[in-house]
Structures are given as structure tokens and as C-alpha cells.
Design a binder for this molecule. Structure first.
Ligand code: NAD
Length: 383
């Protein structure tokens, strides 16, 4: 059952929150594609303290507690925020299952009026309200950082619930997962290059990185070290300093998606590939960190027809989840690194399956995840 309709507003430049400022500006969400509704739970509560709605969507707990970050974001209406949470929670189920983690999929949203800043006392109130909602779920959902949330915010949420992960290291957590996400995306790119160009080496490849935030900046640094030629952009002009440091070409944010390159790496918001730009992409591979990079899943088929290899986002960007998972199970940087680098092998298998069976990599990745979920007898996902 589809519960949301797509609003074709993707791909336009939008401002974004980062952890660099304590109270990021909240902006209107991009279009939210349709999402099948087969979730275990959707919890929505208007906060007593803040008056803002807190939302938690739990897609599946078949493999373990549903883990997924919370985003503080502006939506035209609360129902849009709920759709976003449902969509993102489903992606987390597949991501954890494909990464072979004993975790389910969930996602949190604190819904702010678009174009406003939620800061100071109101921000703290919203975070405490969200913490109460998480606590009411009794550990079925574990929260973490996502867009618009900074480490200090997690500390505030932690005041109301222990079901928080990804806390700063000085608070006993594993710290920022972004470097591991970047590591995993680079590993995924190697698998893609092996499939498309016959060898995994990124040296000399042209990679366009869209968004130089936490993941994109780390990814760009890794790619520069690997000898890739970089084309980068961000809607925050100050990020150009990193481009200069890395010797990367800086392009207008509106143009990066259409840059001529070997690998296009969407590392900003979801819906980067959409009906309006898919025919004009000039890359051989799409492989980035953003969740839900395709505005509509049918675009996986369009990309395949155009002979553009799409690395399913939930495989490519699992490094951060792997890192956070290690915090729950007993942190080991060595093990987290091994698992994040293992994304190259996992994606290699997915791409091989896709090629053998003439299906899209997205379908092959879903099958890999479903196999694990079915083995765990996931009632919510059975037909
Ligand atoms: P971030 O907010 O730190 O960075 C996003 C960057 O994209 C910002 O610098 C922003 O200014 C820029 N941006 C926004 N719209 C843009 C546009 N139209 N063109 C160019 N730049 C634009 O977020 P992040 O933590 O780096 O995450 C990036 C993406 O990866 C998100 O979709 C996130 O959900 C996903 N992701 C992140 C992690 C992680 O470990 N942080 C893990 C998995 C997935």
C-alpha cells in the first residue's frame, strides 16, 4: 500500500544542517517518494514541552532492536515527516540485514516548522520530548545521530532514555560514525569500478562528490589520497576551502549531478537522482552516502538501461551503522574497520548476482537482505 506521493522537488539546492553549529537551520524537506507500509509500529506524539511532534517508525525487529538515527527537519506537514520516518526505517532494516548485523530497522524524526530554527530552550525541550518517546518503546528502537542533530543533542536525548548510541567518545560512546561511512562508500566504489572498468583502483578515476558534509568531506579526502580526480560541490560556500586543499574542481551545486565523471557520489540529501535528471547523468557509476538516493525505485531500472551502475545506498553507506553497532556489541575499531571495508566484498557479490540474473543491483541487494530476514522468520516482511 503506498502511503505517500512523490513531490518532484528533488535535486534543487536546499540548505542543510550540520553538526558544526549547535542549532542548524531547519529547512523544508525534499520530495518524499512513496513507501510501502508494512511496518511493525509507528509512534507519533506531540511533545508536552516543545509542542513539536516526535515520530518513531519501527519497520522490523526480526533481527534485533530497530536502530536508526533521528533527524530534526522541517516538513510542510506532520504527515510528511511520518512518511519520511517510515521510508527511512525500511531502508535501515535492509541496511542492517545486508550488512549481516543483528539489528532491525527504525528511524526517528523531530518535526519542525519549515524555515525556522529550533534552538535554545525549545530545541532542548524537543530533544527531551523525543527521548521520552524513545523510552516509551522499551528498547525496541535505539536512536542515533542523523541530519540536523549534533552530538550535544544526543546527550540531551540520553537524559530521558538509555536507548541512544553514537554518543561522543568523552561520553562513553564510539563518536562520529561518518569516517566509517566514508570508508565504506570508498570500498563500495572499488567494487563498482571492478564491475564496470575491470579493476577496482580509484587512482585516475574522476569522482564527483555532491555535498562536502561529514561524510562527503571524509570521502573526498580518502579519494584524493587514493589518487582520484575530484569534482565537488556544496551549498555552503565555505566548503570550497576543502576543495582547494584537495586540489578538487569546485562546481556550482546545481551542476554537480550532471558532471562528466566515472563515479557520481551523492552525499547530501535523498532523492538526488530523479526523473528530471536521470536522462542527463554523465557518469558510469552512482555510488554515494546519501540515504534513498533514488527519488523513485523504478529509477534503478532506468539507470541500468542507461548502462549506469547504481550501488544500492543501503549497502554502500552501511559503514556508519556498522560503527554504531559496534558500540552496542563491544567497540573495536579494528573490527569496525574490517566490517566497513568488507562492503567491497558484499557489494561485489550483489553486483555479480545482478549481472548473472539480469536484475538490477537494487533488486539483488534487496534479495540478499530478504534472505536474512526470511531466515529470521520476520513476520512483518512475509507476503
Ligand atoms: P551533513 O549534513 O554533514 O552533510 C550534507 C552536506 O550536503 C552539507 O554540507 C550540505 O550543505 C550539503 N548539501 C545539501 N544539499 C546540497 C546540494 N543540493 N548540493 C550540494 N551539497 C548539498 O550530512 P552527512 O552526515 O555528511 O550525511 C550525508 C548523507 O549521507 C545524508 O543523506 C545522510 O543521511 C547519509 N548518511 C550519513 C551517514 C553518516 O555516518 N553521517 C551514514 C549513512 C548515511
Amino acid at each position: 500500500m503506498a502511503v505517500a506521493t512523490h513531490k518532484p522537488t528533488n535535486g534543487r539546492p536546499t540548505s542543510s544542517a550540520t553538526a558544526e553549529s549547535a542549532a542548524p537551520e531547519v529547512t523544508e524537506a525534499p520530495g518524499i517518494p512513496p513507501v510501502p507500509f508494512d511496518h511493525e509500529q509507528l509512534a507519533i506524539r506531540r511533545g508536552d514541552r516543545s509542542g513539536l511532534y516526535s515520530i518513531v517508525a519501527i519497520h522490523s525487529t526480526a533481527l534485533g532492536p530497530a536502530l536508526g538515527g533521528v533527524r530534526l527537519w522541517g516538513y510542510p506537514a506532520t504527515i510528511d515527516a511520518a512518511r519520511d520516518a517510515l521510508r527511512l526505517a525500511m531502508g535501515m532494516t535492509y541496511k542492517a540485514a545486508a550488512a549481516r548485523l543483528d539489528l532491525g530497522g527504525g528511524k526517528g524524526v523531530i518535526c519542525a516548522p519549515p524555515g525556522t530554527k529550533v534552538e535554545g530552550e525549545r530545541r532542548r525541550a524537543a530533544l527531551l520530548d523525543f527521548g521520552d518517546l524513545v523510552e516509551s518503546l522499551g528498547g525496541r528502537y535505539i536512536t542515533a545521530e542523523d541530519v540536523g542533530i549534533c552530538p550535544d543533542d544526543l546527550i540531551a536525548i540520553r537524559e530521558r532514555t538509555e536507548h541512544v548510541t553514537g554518543l561522543p567518545s568523552e561520553r562513553g560512546g564510539s563518536g562520529d560514525p561518518s569516517p566509517f561511512t566514508a570508508m565504506g562508500v570508498e570500498a563500495a566504489m572499488r567494487a563498482c569500478c571492478k564491475a564496470v572498468f575491470g579493476e577496482p583502483d580509484l587512482a585516475g578515476r574522476t569522482v564527483a562528490v555532491v555535498g562536502l558534509g561529514h561524510v562527503g568531506s571524509g570521502l573526498a579526502q580518502r579519494l584524493a589520497e587514493a589518487g582520484a580526480r575530484l569534482v565537488v560541490s556544496d551549498i555552503v560556500p565555505a566548503r570550497r576551502a576543502l576543495a582547494d586543499e584537495l586540489g578538487a574542481a569546485w562546481v556550482d551545486p546545481g551542476e554537480t549531478m550532471l558532471a562528466e565523471c566515472d563515479v557520481l557520489a551523492p552525499c547530501a540529501l535523498g532523492g538526488a537522482v530523479h526523473a528530471g535528471n536521470v536522462a542527463d547523468l554523465r557518469c558510469r557509476v552512482v555510488c554515494g552516502s546519501a540515504n534513498n538516493q533514488l527519488a523513485d525505485e523504478s529509477l534503478a531500472g532506468v539507470l541500468a538501461q542507461r548502462d549506469i551502475l547504481y550501488a544500492p545506498d543501503f549497502i554502500a553507506n552501511a559503514g556508519g551503522l556498522i560503527h554504531v553497532y559496534m558500540e552496542i556489541t563491544g567497540y573495536s575499531e579494528e573490527r569496525a574497520t574490517e566490517l566497513a571495508l568488507g562492503i567491497e566484498e558484499t557489494l561485489g557479490q550483489v553486483l555479480a548476482t545482478a549481472a548473472e540474473r539480469s536484475i538490477t543491483p537494487l533488486d539483488a541487494a534487496r534479495e540478499l537482505a530478504r534472505e536474512r530476514l526470511d531466515a529470521a522468520a520476520a513476520p512483518a516482511l512475509r507476503d
